[in-house]
Design a protein around this ligand. Structure first.
Ligand code: CDP
Length: 230
């Protein structure tokens, strides 16, 4: 069977990468995987149980004691915590404030990265995060880093009506030891400050063409109901 393809989209908070990755995945009929949601789900589990985000041993114990499942629903990655979809809580202020601390825990990263890689066994992927091109799929030739000025990013988050200190998160994400946010050497950088989502997607498609990307006539994303548990 032909190997699956992965397009890596990385970038700092509120750079527009989620909207871009989603639109691109739809255009290509690839599975859209939001890895930030995975770190957010683990963080929600911790804050909702009163476990401090920097207590690595207790956070890991939570992963063993609870059922954390990643799967596919429609054409996106999905998450269930003890059978419940935590999406409504993932942009909670407490999650924003603690997610970058949880994301520094090496063993949390290892477990999540293994599950992120497993998606490629069954799907062509557009995967977004902080370390997709640098650590999760360093071998993919299709890497993009979406940036925007700090002012534009702060404004975008504000417009979403979400309380989120993105500069603090950026600092923590870029400064951590385990897979920090970096621009992979072979990534194509796009400044989205003055571009629409369609504009960024257009630039990515143009770049993919230059790189000889095989534009496949994929059908809709298959939904085999495979769920993997941490
Ligand atoms: O939407 P936004 O860009 O603000 O954040 P996100 O993609 O939902 O990611 C939330 C947090 O998860 C980030 O600030 C990182 O601390 C962490 N993260 C990570 O460490 N590695 C990833 N691949 C994705 C997210």
């Amino acid at each position: 069977m032909a190997e699956h393809l992965v397009i890596a989209i990385d970038g700092p908070a509120a750079s527009g990468k989620s909207s871009v990755a989603k639109a691109l995945a739809q255009r290509l009929s690839f599975l859209y995987v939001n890895t930030g949601s995975m770190y957010r789900a683990v963080t929600w589990l911790a804050v909702s149980r009163g476990v401090p985000a920097d207590d690595a041993a207790r956070v890991l114990a939570l992963l063993d004691e609870n059922e954390v499942r990643f799967g596919v629903t429609d054409d996106e990655s999905s998450i269930h915590l003890n059978g419940v979809d935590p999406s409504p809580y993932l942009l909670d202020e407490r999650v924003n404030a603690n997610v970058s601390t949880v994301a520094t825990i090496q063993e949390v990263r290892q477990r999540l990265v293994a599950l992120q890689r497993a998606y490629l066994e069954e799907h062509d992927l557009v995967m977004e995060g902080r370390d997709i091109g640098s650590a999760v799929f360093p071998g993919t030739p299709y890497k993009f880093y979406i940036d925007a000025s700090p002012e534009v990013r702060a404004m975008r988050r504000q417009k979403q009506g979400v309380q989120d200190s993105i500069s603090a998160r950026d600092k923590q994400d870029s400064g951590r030891r385990a897979s920090p946010l970096i621009i992979a050497e072979d990534a194509h950088v796009i400044d989205s400050s003055h571009l629409t989502i369609d504009g960024v997607v257009g630039e990515i498609i143009g770049r993919l063409k230059l790189k000889g990307f095989p534009f496949l006539q994929n059908g809709p994303v298959a939904n085999p109901q495979v769920h993997r548990t941490i």
